[in-house]
Design a protein around this ligand. Structure first.
Ligand SMILES: NC(=O)c1ccc[n+]([C@@H]2O[C@H](COP(=O)([O-])OP(=O)(O)OC[C@H]3O[C@@H](n4cnc5c(N)ncnc54)[C@H](OP(=O)(O)O)[C@@H]3O)[C@@H](O)[C@H]2O)c1
Ligand SMILES: [Zn+2]
Length: 345
């Protein structure tokens, strides 16, 4: 099959479009999926650069998100069959620890994720387990079904499971162009929250407005914490979603109302930001670290998508052999929504 592989960690030139061995059924529980589309996530860049610190066998296929059709299953597989259209839940735990036994494989210290410890979705075929396969939502294309799993399950756990965003609350989303951020705007609007967004790009702020963002702040030109206080009559917002951190983290804290919650799933601009403990104490703020999501989060999300018929925002599609251009677009933060790799012709 054709795949995008890296043979060593490094820059974009490490991505090679080449022949790779077809995955084969080697256990009774294996499932082979012919992929139609894959989606990029920022984690792909960290894995390519070697920034996760994980030792992975080379050559390695990147990609955590994908959707396609099952073409072969092992003899013990009962829950899915050949011909099923599936999108992929990326995580497989050891199956034995307290986290795996309570449906939280993603917290397992031996977790293996597609595109990280396991070969990923930038390929024509992938081998997975049946519990990683979920039906493609009936109203979605394969590209949409590849675009939503990782970002939507992540933001579902952030906003719904952890921060418990309510219909009458206000939410500030930092860096709306990002995959997680733009999907969070779509979900928060359907929950009924009022949403303020920030971006480094006026064009992205306009697009966010069209999706229901009530106010947009260009964080390159304005101190967004001051602007949020102005927009909320010095009250602040109930929840901030900030996966950028770095120099914006303190402003995120200063944007919160008393009793507010800050929720984060990453640190694109730096993982050791300046905190402001006095503000955290005097305003009784709550900080939620959040990562990925459980199968139960994913099941809840699928029901929510079915009810709301949200279409994930697709920024641009590239053919598989142009993965370098696709990753470059993400590295330069030019996207609004998800960048896709189209795999089938
Ligand atoms: N733990 C998890 O479960 C999980 C899952 C998915 C993602 N993540 C993490 O979440 C973060 C976002 O992921 P993603 O895939 O959505 O990434 P992405 O699509 O590359 O989004 C990054 C966005 O962040 C904004 N940004 C970047 N640098 C900034 C800076 N210095 N100041 C202000 N804004 C900045 C930009 O928004 P504008 O273009 O609008 O300015 C950019 O588009 C990453 O750190 C990723 O590793 C974690
Ligand atoms: Zn485990």
């Amino acid at each position: 099959m054709k795949a995008i592989r890296i043979h060593a960690h490094g820059g974009i030139d490490q991505l090679r479009f080449e022949d790779a061995p077809d995955p084969k059924i080697t256990s009774l529980r294996d499932v082979i999926v012919k992929l139609e589309a894959a989606a990029l996530n920022h984690i792909d860049l960290w894995v390519r650069m070697g920034a996760t610190g994980m030792k992975i066998p080379m050559p390695h296929i990147l990609g955590a998100d994908g959707a396609g059709v099952i073409v072969e299953v092992g003899n013990a597989v009962k829950s899915v069959r050949t011909g099923d259209k599936v999108c992929l839940y990326s995580f497989t735990g050891c199956g034995e620890c307290e986290f795996c036994l309570s449906d939280r494989d993603f917290m397992c210290i031996r977790v293996r994720s597609l595109g990280e410890r396991l070969d990923g979705t930038y390929a024509q075929y992938i081998k997975v387990l049946p519990e990683n396969c979920f039906p493609v939502p009936s109203y979605m294309t394969f590209a949409e079904a590849a675009a939503f799993p990782l970002v939507f399950v992540t933001l579902w756990r952030m906003l719904v499971t952890n921060a418990r965003l309510q219909a009458n609350e206000s939410l500030l989303i930092i860096g709306i162009g990002g995959g997680v951020a733009s999907a969070a705007l779509q979900v928060a609007k359907r929950i009924g929250a009022r949403v303020i967004v920030t971006s480094g790009s006026d064009e992205k702020l306009e697009r966010a407005k069209a999706l229901g963002g009530e106010h947009g702040i260009n964080h390159r030109r304005k101190n967004f914490a001051e602007e949020v206080q102005r927009l909320t009559d010095n009250r602040g917002v109930d929840v901030v979603l900030d996966s950028v951190a770095g120099e914006v983290w303190q402003k995120s804290l200063h944007s919160l109302a008393h009793g507010g919650r800050l929720v984060t799933c990453g640190a694109t601009a730096g993982g050791e930001p300046n905190d402001d403990v006095n503000t955290m104490v005097s305003k009784e703020l709550k900080i939620y670290g959040s990562t990925l999501g459980s199968r139960e989060d994913f099941r809840q999300l699928l029901s929510f998508l079915d009810a709301t018929q949200i279409h994930p925002i697709i920024d641009r599609k590239f053919p598989l052999n142009e993965a370098r251009d696709a990753q470059e677009r993400m590295e330069e933060a030019r996207q609004f929504g998800k960048i896709l790799l189209q795999i089938s012709d």
